[in-house]
Design a binder for this molecule. Structure first.
Ligand SMILES: Cc1cc2nc3c(=O)[nH]c(=O)nc-3n(C[C@H](O)[C@H](O)[C@H](O)COP(=O)(O)OP(=O)(O)OC[C@H]3O[C@@H](n4cnc5c(N)ncnc54)[C@H](O)[C@@H]3O)c2cc1C
Length: 501
């Protein structure tokens, strides 16, 4: 008899979602997390009296999270307090202009009108289409299994409106943006979100254009830091008997006759289970944990063909003053061409970009308890995405240089004079991300997402090569993001519940 009904490898959002839902449905479920803290990319660490979010800095589209708690038979508010952040963004243009997008659509229309009256019509047309799609298709797009062509076709047949939105999926984010907007400032304010999905606007799918709209449904910060999301989900699972062990690294998935039977830990312990769920990078799960010797040749070839998503250094700053910012997120913009250039001329050539474009997140605006009284916290992205292996150098050697470049950039473009107020500063380089989360090449969204690696072209939630093995998290359908990985966990659990017989 197996030790557990299900073992989940990794306590990221996808893993905790699946695990908690299985526990709620009577499965004896164990989560094994290699790190000492849960949450993976959606986590928070403490240093010098400050709390810093490791990766994710905001949650938008709370629908999958609400659905998770509904499926758990709980109220989200009893587990996670979400603080609305309004305005959504404050922008700084290359010539120093500043403006903000509020959550309210009409107010945003007025902001667009003040900058580019010629784009008001495009904004109204695109937001009309977008909100109609969100209304009609949110469940179908986010929570439907998308493993096979028949499943995808079933989704379209059940939701005939999908045909109207399909062209957006087939075009690039850049093409969709330029179709609706003419002004370069407005274009850049709705195109940079392509990088939230891990690709520049000329490669990312046009469907990512909707990110700039979904933000108007509200963006939220969980009180206590981003880790409050996985903590709340874990608690909901533990209320149903879920067991979570941290500091437990899984080395191998035990496979017999192409069927997953449990896991082998780094310390040599074997734990058996009827179902195994992987929340780790899918290439690692298949090529290292299952091993090519246990896989059919087609599967090795298929999984090997995926690229890892981009890495992205993060800078964490604690300071003894209130920053002169207007919003939770401040974006230093560049043109669409500049966004593509960062990718083509720097990242793809293993060079670190030098550009004004950056993203400054100010969590203490939403939750002052993250810092001692009178102090504040910033999470800051600049000169990104940056390669995992910079040409001729190494991130460990470059860390001090990078830190200094980051302060200079922050002072020059966003917060003049801030250097004198910094009381703590740390950089998490791609190598640090790799060490902390075991994410290969420091990739921040699992596998790369472009138009050829979305939906059914992504590794499937129910493995086709190994029986009783399931995948969740950013390597699977819907890709990286807080809402998307929670959705992937719901999908994986639905397969297992169907398959338990
Ligand atoms: C810098 C950065 C900024 C981001 N910003 C945002 C944002 O603002 N908004 C947003 O929606 N999304 C954002 N994201 C994306 C979002 O955080 C992630 O897509 C999501 O949290 C990933 O969830 P996951 O389920 O894929 O698990 P992961 O977070 O990838 O977690 C996987 C877990 O598995 C564990 N693990 C790995 N190997 C093993 C092993 N061998 N044994 C046991 N455990 C193992 C890891 O330690 C980790 O805890 C950001 C990500 C990063 C990195």
């Amino acid at each position: 008899m197996a030790d557990y009904d299900a073992i989940v490898i990794g306590a990221g959002l996808g893993g905790l979602t699946t695990a908690s839902l299985l526990a709620k449905n009577g499965f004896k479920t164990l989560v094994l997390e290699q790190s000492d803290i849960i949450g993976g990319c959606c986590s928070t660490y403490e240093a010098n009296g400050y709390k810093f979010d490791v990766g994710a800095s905001i949650v938008e589209i709370i629908h999958p999270m609400e659905r998770f708690f509904e499926l758990m038979g709980k109220k989200r508010e009893d587990y996670i307090e979400l603080v609305p952040c309004d305005p959504i963004y404050s922008f700084i243009t290359p010539d120093g202009q500043r403006f903000s997008y509020p959550t309210d659509i009409d107010e945003t229309t007025r902001v667009i009108e003040s900058i580019a009256p010629e784009d008001v019509e495009g904004w109204k047309e695109f937001s009309g289409l977008g909100f109609e799609m969100i209304d009609k298709m949110m469940d179908a797009m986010m929570l439907s299994p998308m493993k096979t062509l028949p499943e995808a076709m079933r989704m379209v047949i059940k939701n005939p409106d999908a045909m109207r939105f399909l062209p957006l999926l087939m075009r690039t984010h850049q093409a969709v943006t330029r179709k609706y907007y003419k002004n370069p400032i407005i274009q850049s304010s709705v195109a940079f979100q392509s990088y939230f999905a891990g690709a520049p606007p000329e490669i990312g799918s046009g469907i990512f254009g909707f990110i700039a709209l979904t933000e108007h449904m509200g963006i939220f910060y969980p009180r206590g830091g981003m880790i409050s999301i996985p903590e709340g989900m874990r608690q909901a699972g533990e209320d149903h008997g879920l067991e979570v062990r941290t500091g437990q690294k899984v080395e191998k998935i035990l496979v017999r006759d192409r069927s997953a039977q449990g896991v082998l830990l780094e310390d040599g312990t074997e734990i058996t289970s009827k179902f195994v769920v992987s929340n780790v990078n899918a290439k690692v799960a298949y090529l290292k944990m299952v091993g090519p010797e246990n896989l059919p040749r087609w599967a090795v070839k298929a999984i090997d063909s995926y690229r890892h998503s981009m890495p992205c250094p993060m800078i964490y700053v604690g300071m003894d003053t209130k920053p002169d910012l207007e919003a939770h997120h401040t974006v230093v913009t560049g043109s669409i061409d500049a966004m593509n250039k960062v990718w083509n001329d720097y990242y793809m050539r293993d060079l670190i970009p030098t550009t004004a474009m950056s993203l400054v997140c100010w969590p203490t605006e939403a939750d002052p308890s993250l810092a001692p009284e009178g102090h504040h916290v910033l999470n800051f992205l600049c000169n990104a995405p940056a390669p995992y292996a910079p040409l001729g150098d190494n991130w460990d050697r470059m860390k001090d240089w990078y830190r200094e470049e980051a302060i200079k950039s922050l002072e020059k473009h966003v917060l003049p004079g801030i250097r004198d107020h910094i009381t703590y500063m740390e950089v998490s380089t791609p190598l640090d991300f790799e060490r902390r989360l075991l994410s290969p090449q420091g990739s921040i969204y699992g596998l790369f997402s472009d138009m050829t690696s979305l939906a059914l072209f992504r590794p499937h939630a129910r493995s086709r090569a190994i029986r009783n093995l399931y995948l969740t998290g950013s390597s699977t359908h819907l890709g990286g993001g807080v809402p998307t990985t929670i959705a992937s966990g719901i999908i994986a659990s639905s397969y297992i519940l169907k398959d338990r017989g």
